[in-house]
Write a protein that binds this ligand. Structure first.
Ligand code: PLP
Length: 410
């Protein structure tokens, strides 16, 4: 059998569809984020401004965070040394879980090696703990949730139209009344920038006796007076059964978690393969995340600047006739392109000719025909950087002959 032919065909397919992914080789300028050095494929270097980092608040270079990480390495070394059960539960992990439980007003929290793993492991495990469980999943839920639901439930899932509570209610009403039920959704949807109706979801969950599972990956650190997420902002944190989050985005480090009642956390801790059979995160990551969460709890002003920067960029792009997705009511600024080849080409030219780094978002991350550029302005993006970005985009929209909003065709 010619195995190499199968691999070549798989690659040819993504090339032909214009969605072959090329990673930019970047190095952050620590202390002057979002500045970074891009190493070109030929080995030469160029200074660029990063416009698509999920280190939304720049916490990855906050000295409070980096000092805590350095201290932890000096005190406890590099790796954790094992799974949580076998020497891998350090004091840093214990403290961090307590801090996360407090952040979300829950009795307990459980750390995973990433947000992806926390969703995958927790959702698949819930099917084992609750036989006959039906998960009601938003159509735009992240791949990690879908993967957990598929692994655990196979046919025991119902997909409701994105943010459509009427459809969710229809599906809940049609399901076996006696079956255990879980509604799984995100708060901030990271590709469209829209936000779920958490109050409405909680009300439906109560009516139909369902549990709720909320992915706050794109909200923790950024929403709510202490950075507890949209559920905190909307006053429903206590009514969501399981809150899932990441340490890798606004907290600037790496790792994932769930927070819930102690019994729920204990059960998932005891059954989830993705928790049990893997080495725990290094002490330095736990220490950095702990410092970051504590600092952000006390610095609501960073959240206000963040929202202002996002609103300002949206307004500037719209003024220039560039198609910012109307759906976005959050810090995420998606600009529609609608074609994978154009999207990649614009992103390439922005990087090479303008020193602007924003990666193209193509299928399968978003549906075909909705390809886009996704900007994530942070507190450190200045007005001058925005001027430069808008000018560059205007030039490229003209160059690529892409339609502008309001029929201002280039
Ligand atoms: N959930 C959502 C909604 C995400 O967008 C992501 C990653 O982008 C994850 C979970 C996974 O989080 P992590 O990057 O920590 O693995």
């Amino acid at each position: 059998m010619d195995y190499s032919e199968a691999f070549r065909e798989a690659l040819d397919k993504v090339h032909a569809e214009g969605r072959y992914r090329v990673f930019a080789d970047l190095k952050r300028h620590c202390g002057s984020f979002p500045g970074a050095t891009w190493t070109r494929p030929d080995g030469t270097e160029q200074d660029v401004v990063v416009w698509c980092s999920n280190d939304y608040l720049g916490q990855g270079e906050n000295p409070v965070v980096t000092d805590a990480m350095k201290r932890a390495i000096d005190e406890a070394g590099a790796g954790s040394g094992g799974t949580r059960n076998i020497a891998g539960t350090t004091h840093y992990h214990v403290e961090l879980e307590a801090e996360l439980a407090d952040l979300h007003g829950k009795q307990a929290a459980l750390l995973f090696t990433s947000g992806y793993v926390s969703n995958e492991a927790s959702l698949s495990t819930l099917y084992r703990i609750l036989p006959g469980l039906i998960v009601f999943s938003d159509a735009l839920n992240h791949n990690s949730m879908i993967s957990g639901i598929r692994t655990g439930g196979r046919e025991q899932r119902r997909v409701f139209r994105h943010n459509d509570l009427a459809h969710l209610e229809e599906l809940l009403a049609a399901a076996d009344r006696a079956a255990p039920k879980l509604i799984a959704l995100e708060s901030v949807y990271s590709m469209d920038g829209d936000i779920a109706d958490l109050r409405g979801t909680v009300a439906l969950a109560k009516t139909y006796g369902a549990m709720t599972y909320l992915d706050e990956v794109h909200a923790v650190g950024m929403y709510g007076p202490r950075g507890g997420g949209v559920a905190e902002r909307d006053g429903v944190m206590g009514e969501i059964d399981i809150i899932e989050g990441t340490l890798a985005k606004a907290f600037g480090v790496m790792g994932g978690y769930i927070a819930a009642d102690a019994m729920i956390v204990d059960a998932i801790r005891s059954y989830a393969d993705g928790f049990i059979f893997t080495t725990s995160i290094p002490p330095a990551l736990a220490a950095g995340a702990l410092a970051s969460i504590r600092w952000l709890k006390e610095h609501d002003e960073v959240r206000r600047v963040h929202q202002e920067r996002a609103a300002t960029l949206k307004a500037r792009l719209r003024k220039a006739g560039l198609p910012v997705l109307e759906s976005s009511v959050s810090h995420i600024v998606p600009v529609a392109v609608g074609d994978p080849v154009h999207c990649k080409m614009i992103s390439d030219i922005l990087l090479s000719d303008f020193g602007v780094y924003v990666q193209p978002i193509n299928y399968p991350t978003v549906p075909r025909g909705t390809e886009r550029l996704r900007f994530t302005p942070g507190p450190a993006h200045t007005d001058a950087m925005m001027d430069h970005l808008v000018q560059a985009l205007e030039t490229l929209w003209t160059h690529c002959n892409i339609k502008r909003v309001g029929g201002v065709a280039a």
